[in-house]
Design a protein around this ligand. Structure first.
Ligand SMILES: Cc1ncc(COP(=O)(O)O)c(C=O)c1O
Length: 481
């Protein structure tokens, strides 16, 4: 395979330039009918390449031409047997992965700090979650440990698969190899939400990729860290534990029948870029971020997530990520985020009450990193007072199964109750600070006082809470008694 080729991007470029009378969607007809305002912002080339599934451009759901070629090249580059391009982010990949391994009523072992797309998979499939609590340190939820996965497998031996998130948003990677061995000894597949790790295969100083550690199915947000456009992602499989036919079917349930070729072609280009230059790009990025981490460690009052931890659930850290704790300064991370964005021209990826996570990636310059250091120095000069204890919701039972399935709760007879009367009821809705998109409540979860306190604190600090019917959080939808 010639990894310097970009078959899909090239076909799209030729197609966009072919002189012909086209009587097909989209309505703007290669930009000719596009609003001027849009043309000015996007430029003609982008709109000219916004094409549908023309004969020469293959078909995402039955590929045998340029999409098949581009996907095969991606499989080779990322270390998979088979790769599917996704146009609805890892969100549709995670949901489809669950639909591909679970039938209604099947049990799935997964971390309680899973992304909300996993809850969609549970609702759509009718599977029953066996939740495993993540390991926690200084308010940060890491991955689930092999010991906890073993406990879950012993208690629920009929589970159909294990799904874990590795790395976490903060770049913390779990012991994927040990969990793969456990899972495979049990005769079931291991699925990995590696949304934040598409770059791992391209430098030896990055954590090993989940595929290289034996995972059967891996979902990656190519757009989050590499050069693909927003929403462009990939699902990879290896070995014989996952049915390709089930993946094909599931992806058709959760993706548009008009996938964007702009997104698809950007995946082809992102793969080529990483194969040709990834090692050099990542090497330089790692060096710059390491130097930045050292500078941040000198700033008194900040706690910087470092690559070494003896906590289970923390095997390695993706050191291209920067996570900065601000609780020792007596500041709330959501407030720091606001100051950074509005006054200091620095914008973080993920603010939480206790930490901020920044994503340096292949487009980050040394100037950006310098600006971050200067901005955080200014923040640290004005501490807020006594250290704030980080609010935590990770105090549940280590292994838990809801009283009713997420699907049963989502489609149950429901009622609205005042927030103050919601504790101990079963949630009918998903309530989720975004980012990180980790649900505090999900349909089927028993509502705990700590959940309500945590959500209240996020809301009071100006955080964004999604999924709930009442955005003011005065009421909650619960399963009728
Ligand atoms: C762990 C995790 N999984 C899945 C997703 C969904 O990814 P996407 O934005 O590509 O749909 C996210 C998004 O933030 C995530 O953090």
């Amino acid at each position: 395979m010639d990894q310097s080729c970009t078959p899909l991007l090239q076909a799209l470029q030729s197609s966009s330039r072919r002189d012909h009378a086209g009587f097909y969607t989209p309505g703007h007809k290669r930009g000719r009918g596009s609003p001027q305002a849009l043309l000015q912002v996007f430029g003609r080339a982008v709109l000219q390449a916004d094409l549908p599934e023309l004969p020469e451009l293959d078909d995402l759901f039955a590929p045998d031409g340029v999409i098949a070629e581009a996907q095969a090249l991606a499989a080779g580059a990322f270390g998979a047997d088979q790769t599917w391009f996704l146009t609805n982010g890892s969100t549709c990949g995670v949901t489809a992965a669950i639909l591909a391994v679970c039938n209604p009523g099947d049990q799935l072992i997964l971390p309680r700090n899973c992304h909300r797309s996993a809850i969609s998979g549970l609702i759509l499939s009718g599977a029953m979650p066996i939740f495993v609590e993540p390991e926690v340190e200084t308010g940060l939820a890491y991955c689930v440990s092999p010991a906890r996965v073993r406990q879950a497998l012993e208690r629920y031996p009929r589970a159909k698969a294990v799904m874990i998130t590795s790395p976490t948003y903060e770049g913390v990677c779990g012991e994927v190899d040990a969990i793969a061995t456990l899972t495979h000894n049990h005769g079931i597949p291991l699925l990995i939400d590696e949304a934040h790790g598409p770059h791992f295969a391209f430098h030896s100083d990055l954590p090993p990729s989940a595929l290289s550690l034996g995972a059967d199915l891996v979902v990656q947000s190519t757009h989050k860290v590499l050069g693909a456009m927003t929403q462009a992602a990939m699902l990879h499989t290896q070995g014989a534990r996952i049915s390709s036919q089930r993946i094909n079917q599931s992806l058709q349930w959760v993706q548009s029948t008009s996938p964007s070729y702009l997104l698809l072609a950007s995946l082809d280009a992102a793969r080529q870029q990483m194969v040709l230059q990834g090692n050099q790009i990542m090497g330089q990025l790692l060096q710059r971020v390491d130097a930045t981490r050292q500078q941040l460690q000198q700033i008194s009052g900040l706690s910087i997530l470092s690559p070494s931890s003896s906590t289970a659930g923390f095997a390695t850290l993706d050191t291209t990520r920067l996570t900065v704790g601000v609780s020792p300064l007596g500041l709330n991370g959501l407030r720091v985020d606001q100051i950074l964005h509005e006054q200091l021209a620095v914008t973080a990826e993920l603010p939480t009450p206790s930490h901020l996570t920044f994503i340096p990636s292949l487009g980050t310059t040394q100037t950006d990193l310098n600006q971050l250091v200067q901005a955080l120095k200014k923040i640290a000069q004005k501490p807020g007072g006594a250290e704030q204890p980080a609010p935590s919701i990770w105090e549940r039972a280590i292994i838990s199964m809801p009283q009713i399935s997420p699907r049963a709760a989502a489609f149950s007879a429901q009622e609205t109750v005042p927030w103050t009367e919601a504790a101990d009821r079963i949630s009918a809705e998903l309530v989720c600070p975004y980012p990180p998109g980790i649900p505090v409540l999900y349909p089927g979860s028993t509502i705990m006082e700590t959940d309500l306190d945590y959500l209240r604190q996020i809301k009071a600090a100006g955080g964004n809470i999604t999924g709930c019917t009442d955005p003011e959080l005065q009421t909650l939808r619960v399963v009728q008694l």
